[in-house]
Design a protein around this ligand. Sequence first.
Ligand code: FES
Length: 102
Amino acid sequence: MPGNYPFDRHVFVCQGPSCSQDGQGKTLQQTFDDLLCAKDLARKVKVTPCICLGLCNKGPNVIVYPDNIVYTRIQVSNVEEIVDGHLAQNQPVERLMYKRHF
Ligand code: FES
């Protein structure tokens, strides 16, 4: 069954205590919002705060749905690369992605 969600992607920016010491989470979220507006992507990509993604020792963390891609140790300086590469051109930024170790 096709979905009816009105956005192409949804970015959750962790605001939990490990990811947002000194308010980095809010700053990251605002930076995503500002860049998405500036690049005319705000109607395609929704940005929402969340509390914890369960990867606290890797933060600040961001997850992009429906791609299920987690970015770890994100800084404000990384946001434009994620917006331009992943959200605008469908090219996730591999070097910032969480690496699973089994
Ligand atoms: S506080 Fe961000 S992943 Fe737990």
